[in-house]
Design a protein around this ligand. Structure first.
Ligand code: PLP
Length: 346
């Protein structure tokens, strides 16, 4: 079936309806207007559109971009690419527990800064970043603010107006929607983004191409689920707390690497002293949502750029794991299975 929202027959109308519904739900999730939502293929594309799109309409006097040291590669790589077109890149450090150092960030700001990009929550540590504070500093210098919200949207309340960000990236699959779609919020009144693809003019030409109606219907449903879940203020943090208590009671030698910083609910990042995280992952990786802070590059274990920026030695980084405690309780999961969210009609 042709689900091209632009085509006249009934299927086209139903697709357009489903897309509009999804746009409204995603907008509601972050307190935006539907017209401020640009659907993309995922958060990676949303980040690229924000960085290259803003750079494309840059004025000559603003040639610097400031990003934090712990950004996902989907921000770091495009930022790095922009240096080839004459932009200067400044990297803002984080403290030893992985939170943006606001003093250093403020020190890097200036009237030559075009854009700053700071993530809402880090994908390795779960640490929530001081977005509103960073946005206020950046705006005082007239810089635009992009936030990679991939790890936070749907898990904690995100209000783009309260945070005062100009752009925010969302990944559908990180909030239990389908893989293959995401969105960029672009605040009304911000300079028009230079499109990164050209074609049939969909989404007002900001990101043309036939919208993936079935995926977007799933994205919309996931956004509505998230709104309900956040409104019910279910605490998944409790599971993380339980896990930590259990580890302490079993006298596991460990340090929570995020210190006392708030983290995304259900996220536990710890250093297990004397334990090789990779071996642990191999032995329990099938039972637990667990990942390590190191990656094997050409046979050599190398700590991630996130742990490096938190001043971890390679030896210590090799002992770090992140455990994700599921977002829902067992009961909620069961009831979700019995009563799946009705997909939007296409
Ligand atoms: N940004 C962050 C913080 C992420 O954690 C991820 C994926 O893990 C991405 C961006 C990329 O998201 P996507 O898979 O939707 O492209």
């Amino acid at each position: 079936m042709n689900l091209n929202a632009g085509s006249p027959p009934v299927a086209g109308e139903r697709a357009a309806e489903a897309i509009a519904g999804a746009r409204l739900s995603v907008a509601n999730l972050i307190n935006a207007a539907p017209s401020e939502i640009i659907f993309t293929s995922e958060a990676t594309e949303a980040n690229n559109l924000a960085l290259f799109g803003v750079a494309g309409s840059a004025i000559q006097s603003r040639r610097r971009i400031v990003v934090s040291a712990i950004e996902h590669k989907a921000v770091l790589e495009p930022a790095e690419q922009l240096t080839a077109s004459g932009f200067e890149l400044s990297i803002a450090p984080v403290d030893a527990h992985g939170r943006l150092d606001l003093n250093s960030f403020a020190g890097l700001m200036g009237d030559d800064v075009l854009l700053t990009s700071i993530m809402a929550a880090n994908n390795e540590t779960g640490v929530l970043q001081p977005i509103a504070e960073a946005a206020a500093i950046a705006h005082r210098h007239g810089a635009l603010v992009h936030c990679d919200g991939a790890q936070a949207v749907g898990k904690i309340p995100i209000d783009v107006l309260a945070l005062d960000v100009d752009f925010l990236s969302i990944s559908a699959h990180k909030l239990y929607g389908p893989v293959g779609t995401g969105a960029l919020y672009a605040a009304a009144g911000t300079p028009p983004l230079t499109p990164q693809v050209f074609g049939g003019g969909q989404q007002n030409g900001r990101r043309p191409g036939t919208e993936a109606a079935p995926l977007l219907a799933g994205f919309g449903a996931a956004a509505r689920e998230a709104i309900a879940h956040l409104a019910a203020a279910e605490t998944t943090g409790d599971r993380a707390t339980l896990l930590l208590k259990e580890l302490v009671s079993r006298q596991v030698r460990m340090t929570r690497i995020t210190g006392s910083h708030p983290v995304v609910p259900g996220s536990v990042a710890i250093q297990l002293h004397g334990v090789n995280a990779d071996s642990l992952c191999l032995s329990v990786g099938k039972q637990l949502c667990i990942s390590t802070g190191s990656a094997c590059n050409s046979g050599q274990l190398r700590s991630s750029h996130v742990l490096e920026s938190m001043s971890f030695s390679e030896e210590n980084a090799a002992e770090v794991i992140r455990i994700l405690c599921p977002h829902t309780t067992r009961g909620a999961l069961t009831s979700f299975k019995r009563q799946p969210t009705a997909p939007e009609k296409l």
